[in-house]
Design a binder for this molecule. Sequence first.
Ligand code: NAD
Length: 293
Amino acid sequence: MTLLDGKLLSENIKSELSAEVDLIRARGGKIPHLAAVLVGESPASQVYVQSKIRSCEQVGFKSSLIQREADISEAELLEIVRGLNEDPDVDGFIVQLPLPKHIDEERITLAIDHRKDVDGFHPINFGRMAQGLPAFLPATPYGIMEMLRRYNIETAGKHCVVVGRSNIVGTPISILLSRKGYPGDCTVTLTHSRTRDLPAEVRRADIVVAAIGIPEFVKGDWIKEGAVVIDVGINRIADATKKTGTRLVGDVEFSTVAPHCSHITPVPGGVGLMTVAALMMNTLKACNRTIYP
Ligand code: NAD
């Protein structure tokens, strides 16, 4: 069984990005600039945004953090988005989700200029992705694709079962893996909370992508021998043996699943780090106008 090491891969990607920044600097070009908008005090969101900002620093990108209290109005947030859309120095930006209940996330996502939408959540990018046109790919699916590519995992003709149909993970990764090319050319089954006999569906999979949001939901006896398992879940559970009293687990029960796999991602140290690396890759593309010349 091989661990798909998101830490190692994301470090490699960051070194490559850092080398790109050196080249840009040497020719006097524009340094990529990522801005992040963080609303409220959610500890998880703060950790995610900090890790994105820290990654920018590591690779030599410019970064800006715009922090607002949870009681910011939707109109004020839309004004911040408008300002970032119009700021010529900002190449790409993200508004960290989830947002407080009184703010319509869809309205905010739609207000982001799709040419700066490095999270790949705007329907223009989603639609272009679905049609196989150049697009900012959503960061988590992009990170998974990069992981499959860099580990040379065979995908053509494989049966892939995706568990979870969210707009940011399950649905887009099911589209990307069914597209023509590598990684892709899979036969994909997209499963969800209304799927009948989920274990039977997962047992048919050569590649499993689990993005459910329920700790250790996928069990070892659901896994075909030799399957590749991509665990997207990030769940904090109680653990009295830890100093903090908690630990992170995925949506897959690692101890029972790993013995059946040819490859599996750990949590932490798997897909989460690839997501941040993918965001950085999108930011470089935004700066270089690779997607939208
Ligand atoms: P979501 O809540 O938007 O979607 C969950 C999906 O799981 C839904 O489509 C639902 O139909 C499905 N589901 C729920 N219960 C189910 C059941 N009993 N059987 C089958 N399907 C079921 O979640 P999301 O935003 O896609 O996130 C999923 C997980 O991935 C979470 O743990 C989240 O923290 C994590 N996540 C990680 C990253 C990363 O960078 N690693 C990024 C995004 C999300």
